[in-house]
Design a protein around this ligand. Structure first.
Ligand SMILES: C[S@@+](CC[C@H](N)C(=O)[O-])C[C@H]1O[C@@H](n2cnc3c(N)ncnc32)[C@H](O)[C@@H]1O
Length: 140
């Protein structure tokens, strides 16, 4: 079991006060058209406020089934449209090219090697429409 799956039940409480990065992602989403994609969606900590604030659906990709279950429940409670997909960002593939892909809280560092991180960047580049944006952010 991955550490994020093992941590999935506690992540929501642990990250409850971590909100400082949300306005930045909301701002990015407001500046773009859709589709909007979040890599490493976790429990929806960022994706749900982004969808609420912009009224735009967000596609969230995550590798932890436990966190995805929570994201589904939180999105339903908030009444927002999240499309949640269990998968590996290293093999990201979009049917329709995205206008914005973002990856909060330095989640690229969950990948062990620079080759893996580079693969994600290549997949993101292939998944963005011309002029589309990619943001990989910290939480400070
Ligand atoms: C600590 S949580 C952070 C969630 C979210 N980024 C946030 O800021 O609240 C880590 C997330 O990274 C995801 N993750 C780790 N490795 C991944 C991979 N290779 N592909 C997709 N998601 C991955 C986990 O499934 C989990 O959703």
């Amino acid at each position: 079991m991955s550490w994020h799956e093992a941590f999935s039940d506690r992540y929501g409480a642990w990250a409850a006060d971590m909100t400082a990065d949300i306005p930045f992602h909301v701002g990015l989403a407001r500046e773009t058209d859709r589709p909007i994609v979040q890599l490493a969606v976790g429990t929806g900590r960022v994706a749900i406020p982004v969808a609420l604030a912009t009224g735009r659906p967000v596609i969230g990709l995550g590798a932890s089934p436990g966190m995805l279950r929570q994201a589904r429940a939180h999105a339903a409670e908030a009444g927002v449209a999240l499309t949640l997909i269990e998968g590996d960002m290293r093999v990201l593939a979009m049917g329709e090219r995205a206008a914005l892909v973002y990856c909060p809280f330095r989640a690229l560092l969950h990948l062990r090697t620079w080759a893996d991180r580079r693969r994600v960047c290549e997949r993101v580049a292939a998944s963005l429409r011309p002029g589309g944006r990619f943001a990989a952010t910290k939480n400070e």
